[in-house]
Design a protein around this ligand. Structure first.
Ligand code: IPE
Ligand code: IPE
Ligand code: MG
Length: 253
């Protein structure tokens, strides 16, 4: 497919070459379409979420293999509380199950299990498992897996404003010193690079309140595949497309 590419240092997958020298530092995924995946098979929505966890397993592993530094997965939005109680409960239980089952392998693979979002509002067990997973992996040096849970871009920015206001009142921050980077430092993603690539499967082409501040110059990649069907070859396609885009950041090349 890409005849000019030197195969050395490139990954070959279904005729797609991934340039190992131009791997995005930060990929963020809106894991959507679990419900539709289940519906199309006459299964309950919960089965779609369960199948979605398998896709998470494969993609996390592949991102780590490819040397991606940050992977942010949109697991549960601040708006997802509007769903029926039973579905919310299934999602919370799956989260705990995932963390317990995958912990050893993720830890052995040097992954940091981080989270972003207001996790205090989650059931106590979820909050506890997330904190434990982070505490026990925070010194790892591989992929930083950011699980966005009870996350919303607007509530993250609102929180940042409140924290900045508090620091101004306490004399820690001067209003005149506030710039873009100050605001970035008050977000959950403090010290992380902005996402280079945002992937949304399932056919929807919207952000749904994901990483609003951070996505100013992210590349977007959409696909009709529902999340449970998203394979590592789809990730490769997304990265391949990303590598062939021209990122100008407002300048002229
Ligand atoms: C994504 O799949 C999972 C969450 C939002 C928690 P959905 O549950 O949104 O699946 P669809 O969009 O209804 O198909
Ligand atoms: C976005 O998906 C949130 C997650 C994937 C966790 P939704 O299914 O909640 O988004 P909308 O409602 O289609 O915008
Ligand atoms: Mg959805």
């Amino acid at each position: 497919m890409l005849g000019n590419f030197n195969k050395k240092n490139k990954e070959y997958d279904n005729e797609i070459y991934i340039d190992k020298n131009n791997i995005p530092k930060h990929i963020a995924i809106i894991m959507d379409g679990n419900g539709r995946w289940a519906k199309s098979r006459n299964l309950p929505r919960s089965m779609g979420h369960k199948a979605g966890v398998e896709a998470v397993r494969e993609i996390v592993k592949e991102c780590n293999n490819l040397g991606i530094k940050y992977l942010t997965l949109y697991v549960f939005s601040t708006e997802n509380w509007k769903r029926p109680k039973d579905e919310v409960s299934v999602l919370m239980k799956l989260l705990v199950k995932y963390l317990r089952k995958e912990f050893n392998e993720l830890n052995e693979n040097n992954v940091v299990i981080n989270h972003i979002g207001d996790i205090h509002k989650l059931p106590e067990l979820c909050e506890k498992e997330l904190n434990t997973a982070y505490e026990n992996t925070k010194n790892n040096t591989g992929l930083i897996l950011n699980l966005a849970i009870n996350y919303g871009g607007r509530s993250e920015i609102t929180r940042a404003f409140k924290l900045m206001n508090r620091d101004i009142k306490n004399g820690i921050l001067k209003e005149d010193d506030i710039d873009d980077s100050t605001i970035s430092n008050y977000l959950y993603t403090k010290n992380m690079p902005d996402p280079d690539l945002i992937i949304r499967p399932s056919g929807e082409q919207r952000l749904s309140n994901f990483l609003l501040w951070q996505c100013a110059y992210s590349e977007f990649w959409y696909s009709d595949i529902n999340w449970p069907d998203f394979k590592k070859s789809d990730l490769h396609k997304a990265i391949y497309d990303y590598q062939n885009r021209d990122r100008r950041f407002g300048a002229i090349k």
